[in-house]
Design a protein around this ligand. Structure first.
Ligand code: SF4
Length: 290
């Protein structure tokens, strides 16, 4: 049994992989013990993301009643946002699908923006102060945005197609509910368009058209003032993306147990909810004051 099955998951998210670069053991413990409690900081960050999305994306009033309805809504809203990119110069909260080494990968891109004629990928991170992120945080954020770029490139290059998506998500077996179909009809979506496959085809067509810049961005926003604190630009490296994935997949394959942080990063444990409880790797050092 690999770790994906052991954790009762069906896909790996870009955030999971980014979290592995903070502390793999912590990422696993969150999966085993339940999601991270939404702190005030997390709630504020979510609100800011929603506000930016509402100011850019077309509002889509749909209430899913089943898993299939939710998949439809995700694919449909991602398609609508992406198809308006040229017109709006920005598109927010777009779902991206892909695979690596037989695992389903999934993520949600914060923003695609047309900047001086180039289409660039931007990942937003909110902060409770104007303090710039430390190196360790920066690495995880960079991993996340690097993976989004890799997933888009895979679609553009034809390495991952809508057919791969349909097979991976068994879309032929995903039937949307009658209630949801009525909601779609109210939005003017014709009965023959009321299937996941219909909009998945359209979403992948939009992705395949993207000519994404190799410059990728991290944007830091103050949660209180909502001002941009800092924007960092990186140059995307395909080699680096493969290296990230190869390292991460070894854990998911079960080739290694979840790694705790190394000795010189044990300061992270002081911010970890599992420290001294589910994880005691560096606990003796703490009590010894090492
Ligand atoms: S206590 Fe430290 S090593 Fe253990 S899960 Fe938390 S951050 Fe990782």
């Amino acid at each position: 049994m690999n770790n994906l099955e052991r954790l009762h998951r069906t896909s790996i998210t870009a955030t999971d992989i980014a979290s592995q670069y903070w502390c793999e053991k912590q990422m696993e413990l969150y999966k085993l013990k339940g999601p991270k409690k939404a702190t005030v900081e997390i709630k504020r960050g979510k609100l800011i993301h929603e506000q930016i999305e509402a100011s850019i994306n077309e509002k889509i009033e749909l209430e899913p009643k089943s898993y299939s309805d939710s998949v439809f809504k995700t694919v449909y809203s991602s398609y609508i946002a992406l198809s308006n990119l040229k017109k709006n110069k920005r598109a927010r909260e777009i779902q991206i699908y892909g695979s690596f080494s037989g695992y389903k990968l999934v993520g949600k891109i914060d923003e695609l923006k047309i900047l001086k004629g180039d289409t660039v990928l931007i990942e937003d991170k909110t902060r409770s102060s104007n303090r710039a992120p430390g190196e360790a945080e920066l690495i995880t954020h960079k991993v996340q945005v690097t993976l989004y770029k890799k997933l888009i490139d895979d679609i553009v290059k034809g390495n991952y197609s809508v057919e791969n998506f349909k097979r991976a998500y068994h879309t032929q077996n995903l039937n949307i509910t009658d209630d949801f179909k009525s909601q779609l009809s109210l939005l003017g979506i014709e009965p023959q368009q009321q299937s996941i496959d219909y909009y998945a085809e359209k979403l992948f067509e939009e992705y395949a058209k993207l000519e994404l810049s190799n410059n990728i961005y991290l944007r830091y926003i103050n949660q209180f003032t909502k001002e941009n604190i800092k924007a960092l630009k990186f140059y995307y490296s395909e080699k680096e993306a493969d290296k990230i994935l190869k390292f991460a997949i070894k854990y998911w394959n079960g080739d290694r147990e979840a790694l705790p942080v190394p000795f010189d990063e044990k300061w992270k444990c002081n911010h970890c909810t599992f420290f001294g409880n589910e994880c005691k790797v560096w606990w003796p050092q703490r009590t010894l004051g090492v």
